[in-house]
Ligand binder design. Structure first.
Ligand SMILES: Cc1cc2nc3c(=O)[nH]c(=O)nc-3n(C[C@H](O)[C@H](O)[C@H](O)COP(=O)(O)OP(=O)(O)OC[C@H]3O[C@@H](n4cnc5c(N)ncnc54)[C@H](O)[C@@H]3O)c2cc1C
Length: 381
């Protein structure tokens, strides 16, 4: 077992670290303040080969491993969690179309997505179906060779800005997960519009919007895979998505930890740096310990996925532990900074607001614990 990065992996990490420090970190506060989605950053990430990370080189991607992907998401999230999450969603979409699309669909969407000419969004959740995603209601009614889509979707990251939407809709009523079919919908398709933009606690530079479908006609060339295969397609990207979010959480936690450490060295009270007090030292030691444990869980889950091993329990553990850790670390980083942590002069309050959602999306952390318990005990109901 090796714990060192090889030369190529170290180069990828260093390249993304430099990019983040130059292009993202200096602007993240302003993007948050102004709810600005930095589309231009995605074009630059495309130049670095990050828009088709999980996609093979013959489809225009850079064919990185999950492990290398984890290095990328961690580094980006140190600058701005929202950008790292937006990229993860985009790569989930690109990867799914590359895996399940026919030659025509790969040509139509995958190459331009991987080149950063198009941006992707993933739409599974609805107002009535979140954790119980298989109960979704958005209808796709077959009419000859076409499908007519009616209904609304919620919580779609990148919505409004994205060009290609992976949509899960119901083609058969009463069939549960087996009645769900996946479509790729282009922005601008008649009958497809956007609802309200959510006003969120954090992640302000990532738009989250509702999708509205009113007699929106899609041809069968927009259907990804077979009828009824949609839930399987959605689930197929889940382990990878959870590992990505674990890596994102590690990045945010690491960034918060570094601010807290610097502050502990510099801030003087009672004639000493506050880092000289054991109460602060123990908080920092716990942060360092849990961040390192999170990172190793993320790496192990990524390794298993890359090696073609069963990775669902590891991915759930990595996502759950890393995001719970990031919530604790960012909260304690605010504490170490005292009043300074609660105001916007330092980034730790943004890290704390942003990272809360990582315990909620990509399957809530209660759902992750269910996945882990089922892997341990089997389905006991
Ligand atoms: C900022 C943001 C971005 C998002 N981006 C996307 C996106 O791009 N695409 C997309 O499809 N979705 C997206 N989502 C939706 C996200 O995946 C859902 O919010 C999430 O799956 C939870 O669903 P819910 O909000 O309906 O909560 P609910 O499912 O209603 O859960 C409410 C609470 O009940 C708990 N709970 C539910 N079932 C159980 C159970 N069986 N046992 C124990 N506890 C349970 C949950 O853990 C949670 O604490 C996004 C959400 C947010 C907030």
């Amino acid at each position: 077992m090796k714990f060192d990065l090889n030369e190529e992996q170290a180069e990828i990490r260093d390249m993304v670290r430099r990019f983040t420090e130059q292009e993202i970190t200096p602007h993240a506060e302003s993007w948050d303040e102004h709810n600005h989605f930095p589309r231009e950053i995605y074009s630059k990430m495309a130049e670095l080969g990050l828009m088709g990370m999980a996609t093979a080189e013959e489809d225009g991607g850079s064919g990185l491993s999950r492990f290398e992907g984890a290095l990328v998401y961690e580094e980006l999230a140190k600058g701005d969690m929202a950008t790292s999450v937006g990229l993860s969603v985009h790569n989930m979409v690109t990867g799914s179309i590359a895996r399940f699309g026919d030659a025509e669909q790969r040509k139509r969407w995958v190459a331009p997505l991987a080149a950063g000419e198009l941006l992707g969004a993933f739409s599974l959740s609805e107002a009535g179906s979140g954790s119980d995603a298989a109960s979704l209601q958005c209808q796709a009614e077959r009419r000859n060779d076409d499908y007519v889509i009616n209904g609304t979707k919620m919580w779609v990251t990148n919505a409004g800005e994205a060009d290609a939407y992976l949509l899960m809709a119901r083609t058969s009523v009463g069939k549960g997960a087996a009645g769900i079919t996946c479509f790729v919908v282009d922005k601008g398709t008649p009958g497809f519009s956007f609802g309200k933009t959510e006003r969120k606690m954090g992640l302000h530079s990532s738009p989250t919007r509702e999708l509205i479908f009113e007699d929106c006609v899609l041809s069968s060339a927009n259907r990804l895979g077979e009828e009824g295969q949609g839930f399987k397609i959605a689930l197929s990207s889940l382990d990878g998505g959870r590992i990505n979010i674990g890596a994102v959480a590690v990045g945010v936690a690491q960034a918060a930890f570094e601010v807290a450490c610097n502050h502990a060295r510099e801030r003087q009270q009672f004639g000493h740096p506050i880092g000289a007090f054991q109460g602060i030292q123990f908080m920092l030691a716990d942060m360092a310990m849990k961040i390192e444990a999170s990172r190793l869980l993320v790496y192990e889950a990524a390794y298993k996925l890359d090696a073609g091993q069963r990775a669902s329990m590891s991915a759930a553990m990595a996502k759950c532990f890393a995001t719970d850790t990031a919530m604790e670390v960012t909260t304690n980083a605010v504490q170490v900074l005292g009043g300074a942590g609660y105001v916007r002069d330092y980034p730790v309050e943004r890290y704390m607001r942003d990272v809360k959602v990582a315990q909620i999306f990509e399957g809530t952390n209660q759902i992750q614990r269910i996945v882990i318990a089922r892997a341990l005990l089997g389905n006991m109901r």
